[in-house]
Design a protein around this ligand. Structure first.
Ligand SMILES: CC(C)(COP(=O)(O)OP(=O)(O)OC[C@H]1O[C@@H](n2cnc3c(N)ncnc32)[C@H](O)[C@@H]1OP(=O)(O)O)[C@@H](O)C(=O)NCCC(=O)NCCSC(=O)C[C@H](O)C(=O)O
Ligand SMILES: [Mg+2]
Length: 283
């Protein structure tokens, strides 16, 4: 049963109150951020504060630490802290602005025991998405749509047309290599309708969930990326109908006027697995 990543909440590691609050929030995963959400003068203190915060119990929520890039003055210390002071408290290390698989190799050497996640947010990263997703230590990808927009000099549009090539390349790469992939953030954290529409788009495209910046965004993402009751009901009926057809020696069933073949049954089983994993999180 795969762990759900419907809602992946960023928390600045400099914000002690928010890190404490996160223990009770309905997030599937937390990204404890040492990178962009932390001011340069606060980096070292945030790292120490995060090591202490990770000693707390975050329940079933995945704990992912976003380090600074190794090209910065803080990156190597962040990576060493993940292998040292934060060991046992972190489930994965998230590397920003990954351009190629070599960027993962460098962090892998410093953090031998944790899975790696990659921020996909540079044009070169998009073009090298296949080799990044294929990296044996990589567990998941996170779209960095703010940095990507900056690099592309694109405008933010509700349909995210300028992003589609990059989003699609990363999705293809993640799916080809069986890795988790979560969508970028929606900056206007008080705009519920806008967030819901972007979550629906991301779900339709195949993302596993969405990264978020504020607790008020959690419920919308959790709902959008969970199978609906109708999808669960259909999945059950498809499996039952296909099993009945198989018993009769047929390879195809029909449910609600649509064919059901083996491949649809695989999707149906994944839907039920996802629903079960979500229920276990709530549980
Ligand atoms: C956006 C914020 C700065 C807003 O903060 P604030 O004004 O304090 O919000 P509220 O007063 O509404 O907060 C209400 C309570 O919720 C807590 N809170 C707020 N945000 C979080 C959070 N992210 N996680 C947990 N708890 C949170 C507050 O502490 C209040 O609690 P209480 O005191 O009990 O009332 C702020 O939300 C924020 O800093 N968000 C995170 C920003 C961030 O992490 N940015 C970096 C990641 S985005 C990025 O880099 C994407 C990528 O790289 C790209 O390129 O796209
Ligand atoms: Mg970024």
């Amino acid at each position: 049963m795969a762990r759900p990543y419907r809602s992946v909440l960023y928390i600045p590691a400099a914000n002690a109150r928010a890190m404490e609050k996160a223990q009770g929030l309905a997030a599937d995963a937390i990204i404890f951020d040492l990178e962009d959400a932390v001011a340069p003068g606060e980096k070292a203190a945030a790292r120490d504060q995060l090591a202490a915060a990770l000693a707390r119990d975050y329940g079933g929520r995945a704990r992912i630490v976003r380090i600074n890039g190794l090209a910065t003055e803080w990156g190597e210390d962040d990576a060493r802290a993940c292998a040292g002071a934060m060991a046992g408290g972190a489930d994965a290390v998230l590397i920003p602005k990954v351009d190629s698989a070599a960027d993962l190799d460098r962090v892998a050497a410093l953090v031998p025991d944790l899975p790696l996640w990659a921020m996909m947010e540079t044009p070169l990263g998009m073009l090298n998405a296949g080799q990044i997703a294929a990296h044996p230590r990589l567990e998941g990808m996170v779209m960095g749509t703010n940095d990507l927009a900056k690099e592309l000099n694109s405008r933010f549009r509700p349909d995210r047309l300028p992003m589609q090539a990059g989003l699609g390349l990363c999705l293809l790469a993640a799916k080809a290599h069986g890795k988790v992939i979560v969508d970028g953030v929606f900056n206007a954290f008080k705009d519920e309708d806008g967030l819901r529409a972007e979550c629906e788009q991301g779900r339709d495209m195949g993302f596993d969930g969405k990264t978020l910046i504020h607790p008020a965004q959690l419920a919308i993402a959790n709902e959008a990326f969970a199978p609906t009751e109708a999808e669960i009901d259909l999945a059950r009926r498809q499996i039952a109908a296909f099993e009945a057809a198989t018993t009769e020696g047929k390879g195809v069933a029909v449910v609600d006027g649509k064919i059901v073949e083996n491949l649809h049954v695989e999707t149906a089983r994944k839907t039920l697995d996802r629903a079960e994993a979500i229920a276990a999180m709530a549980g």
